[in-house]
Design a protein around this ligand. Sequence first.
Ligand SMILES: Nc1nc2c(ncn2[C@@H]2O[C@H](COP(=O)(O)OP(=O)(O)OP(=O)(O)O)[C@@H](O)[C@H]2O)c(=O)[nH]1
Ligand SMILES: [Mg+2]
Length: 257
Amino acid sequence: MLGSAGPRPRLSVKKHEGMEMETETQTIRMMPAIEPRIVVVGIGGAGCNIVDDIYWADGSIDTVAINTDKDSLKRTSADRKVCLCRDVTKGEGAKGDTLLGERCAKAHMEEIRDALKDHDTVFIIAGMGGGTGTGVTPVVAAIAHSLDLITMTIAVKPFSFETQRVRVAKEGISKISAICPMTVIIENDKIAENAPNVTMDEAFELVNESIVNFIAEQKRKISEAMMDQLGMIDDMIEESYHSHQLPEFAYSLTTSR
Ligand SMILES: Nc1nc2c(ncn2[C@@H]2O[C@H](COP(=O)(O)OP(=O)(O)OP(=O)(O)O)[C@@H](O)[C@H]2O)c(=O)[nH]1
Ligand SMILES: [Mg+2]
């Protein structure tokens, strides 16, 4: 697997836990840690490589790997794996057949829905031009949409020398962006231009790393926005407390009675 030479220590992050702190006079209940419910779904070879990197980089993000290629899926580390139509693809991938990818995804819609539900935000990541990433991604984006999740798709465009795949990728990207307005296109070519002397695998690693960093940044922004909102809620509650907007049978401790 690219960028994963043997198991690395996984950062452990406490999920949604409150904490009690003892003082001399009282026990104070601290605010629970704010963790947005983010799930990253990697589809096909490229998507699964990137999800594997995210799995090892941040234990607080849920990861789902979806593939028609069972060996590739076996090598991928993720919280949840969805193997698509092993009987149909013999577990050997969709081999560039986007319609086959789409059909396989439609046969596993319930399993995919189950992996996405209970989250607020989903990032869908896939390389374009092959059968799995291109065929499955629109189905996953439509499921995310039906669940009302905040959805961003990150579609990786193949190198321009992968001529046949470039055409397929173009069609895939327009289909995906019609379903998911927040679609980000990452061009493998651009990275190769900026780092001209790298091998293809090294270029993949550079792109993958930049996507992992992008997701980390998005997570930080979402957490900050949630903290801000929590601050607003806190202020609002405090204001009603001090302005005596209480039910008539109640009283506030600051009210002089
Ligand atoms: N950035 C990046 N791009 C990749 C990586 N692996 C493959 N790609 C690109 O993604 C395109 C699609 O390849 P895959 O993701 O392997 O294809 P797939 O979706 O598995 O499709 P099938 O194998 O046909 O079922 C390729 O043409 C490459 O340009 C990767 O690890 N990182
Ligand atoms: Mg594949």
